[in-house]
Design a protein around this ligand. Sequence first.
Ligand code: ARG
Length: 489
Amino acid sequence: MSEPQAGKLWGGRFGAELDPALHRFTASFPFDRRLVRHDLVGSLAHARMLAEVGLLDGQDARAVLEGLAGILRDVEEGRLAADGPEEDVHTWIERVLHERIGEAAGRLHTARSRNDQVSTALRLCVRGCLRELVEGVVALQEVWVEQAADHLQTWMPGYTHLQRAQPVSLAHHLLAHAWALNADARRLQQVYHHAGLSVLGAGALAGSSLPIRPDRTAYWLGFTALFPNSLYAVSDRDYVLETAFGAAMVLVHLSRWAEEVVLWTSAEFGFAELADSVAKGSSLMPQKKNPEVAELIRAKAGRGLAALAGLLAVLKGLPLSYNSDLQEDKEMLFDVLDTAAGCVDAARCLAGGVRYRPDRMRQALQGGYLTATDLAEYLVRRGVPFRTAHHQAGRAVREAESRGCELWELPLEVLRSCCPQADSDVYGALQPEGAGAARRSWGGPAPERVAEQLEAIRRELETTRAWLQAASQPPIYTAYREGRLLEGL
Ligand code: ARG
């Protein structure tokens, strides 16, 4: 009878080697090597549990735990790279462990399948990536929030349909982007929580007849919940989809801001200029200064969305439980995560190099009759029904248009011919700055309202930073760092 071979996970029932082309086709090592540290951490937790329940005796427990810790240390310190002919990272780790500790390595996979193993490693990896992404998001939010604090009184047109609509402050506008990313940061924290479902102990799909303690593995991995059903556990990739969605959402938000950077830095808008350190030039046209970083951020959202759509398509229609299709989750997931992380960092850098032009913003407040709504609201305050007021203010706009002047340049008698309830105090409502400052309704552009929004988002940032502090390493990793893997065994 043949002995089990290192570097091969099966063989007992096979008479021939897998065709090399198909080995390459089915291998995931080229991309799942990224899970090496996470898989080692998952294996440490599994081995520790096996030792606790007596499935590994004292001597084997020491060999396996110290062997895994040695591999992890070598990988972390750059002495060992996950590389070889193996089909995936899990197989590679088992082979290296076997080389280092011999036969005891064969006990590590007791009551474990790569199906529960791979999802465990991926969950650990995803949680680390989510933490880093949230860190990046907060750093970008901080740039906008600090800029907003300087521009509570910088008035500019707010747009709907990309047509000048009503005066807002630059602070109000910047904080709108910061709040969108705040929703992202919160969403990513939720996903982090969902990714903390412990699935180790589900086996291939149907658990084990051995006396394992999945609750102990869950504890050692710092996970928040334990799988309720082993079939569900190995089938579930909701956390992959949710992570991809959370990252894609960040990308979509960034793309909307990036598009505004492109627009604002055009001569047509002229609301901002780019510092040389964040702009690029043309190989042919000497005068050009291009917002290429913003353009790429805008484009990369498309790439992130493609990954999300691809992942959804892979999952659609899959029967229970584990299927090789699930191996296809990693590249797209990593791609959208890396894309989001790269864009968030680039956006932070770019945002810091945007030089606003309040003078151009002020100019843009002219000519668009941006305070026509304020005229209508002035009339409402004087008892005119809003529909009538809207109509009368519209007539005033037409009058100003025909005279080629601003609303506030119309003589009072002309204004009154359109809006009979208007009095000399109407002019206060017609100046863009005054009109913006008078919009004191909840969440509005009045400086005192924006100051409240600023304070509220700073509190949000503090909460997120506290979460980042608290999102700690798995207990098994701490035990490894502190040399306590065998403690209490
Ligand atoms: N490499 C696989 C993945 O990434 C893990 C192997 C799953 N198990 C199996 N019997 N093929 O999903």
